[in-house]
Design a protein around this ligand. Sequence first.
Ligand SMILES: *Cc1c(COP(=O)(O)O)cnc(C)c1O
Length: 375
Amino acid sequence: MIRRNILLNPGPATTTDTVKMAQIVPDICPREKEFVNVMREVEDGLLKIVHADSSEYAAVLFCGSGTINMDICLNSLLPDNKQILVINNGAYSSRAVEICEYYGLSHINLKFPPNEQPDMRIIEQTLREHPDIAIVYTTHNETGTGLLNPIREIGRLVHRYNAVFIVDTTSTYAMRPINVADDEIDFCMASAQKGIMAMTGLSFIIGRKAIIEASAEYPKRSYYCNLYMQYRYAQEHGEMHFTPPVQVIYSVRQALKEYFEEGEQNKWARHLRVFHAIKKGLKELGFKIYISDDNEAGLVVAALYPDDENWDFQKIHDYCYDKGFTIYPGKISGMGMFRLCALGAIDQEDIEAFFVVFREALALYNITVPVKYVE
Ligand SMILES: *Cc1c(COP(=O)(O)O)cnc(C)c1O
């Protein structure tokens, strides 16, 4: 028996016991054909989740957390004398800007307010004025707030200006349905511990083969984190270039099996059910939600700290944590917020059980309910 914790943090997610146990396998050298076959099965499943045609797209696997994908896409896909446009309305696109700064990549940090969708006219104007933009980068669901970016509209614009569109889909992949062709995505990415509900340690980029192949000629800015090198090795040998996270890959294989058993639409309906249960519970307690209904991605709820002198996030967190529920602080500096997320192998009843515990915590620490805000 493994204790079942309900993780409402933005990843890693609650997993099924069958996924946890899938890691317990006989020791195997990852260079064996038996393991190469597991890798192929995983790559096929990862492509299928976003309806990517394997003649046009490849799934390239890396050992690392999700940020490795961002690093790799940005450092590997920029031709000489070109620049990157980052459409930035949150913490994760800001991280992409930081990566550009660390590598000294020429870029434009196009900032928009963190609680609104970006202004398409400004994006278009920027593309028009800077014909040297080769890459446009944005985040599908800004996990810090739960803001949805309109990737299909942005992608259409990006392609009209002949740039490559990279989307950080780490917090939507395998949850909110994505179709790489319809959504105009050239590159997207995620990690095993988020939407597919497997273990931490494997990340993957799904991208257009023709663009990866063209990048063979681009400046090399990293050795370990180079997309073309990893892609070419996998094409030739069916393996990762260096040691893969073997046991995690077995958990991913099981998680993919469970993903396809549940089905894209059913799974998305379940995440939405969880999301709405979270919003309902918070609203009943009077909490203000940071992102408006028409801008939300349906997976993360960021609630503002109430103006109550007894409010202490850490104490509430600790009370809930002891009862098996993990809640998470917010990510906008200068604003007191906490987040409850709808990813993972959980359903509406888990959220109802959570709110019983959360209410107990509010009562224990004498926080007035419904919570109060000074206007
Ligand atoms: C989780 C996440 C990442 C990756 O974060 P790691 O801590 O490196 O796993 C990247 N982008 C988004 C949008 C995320 O939600």
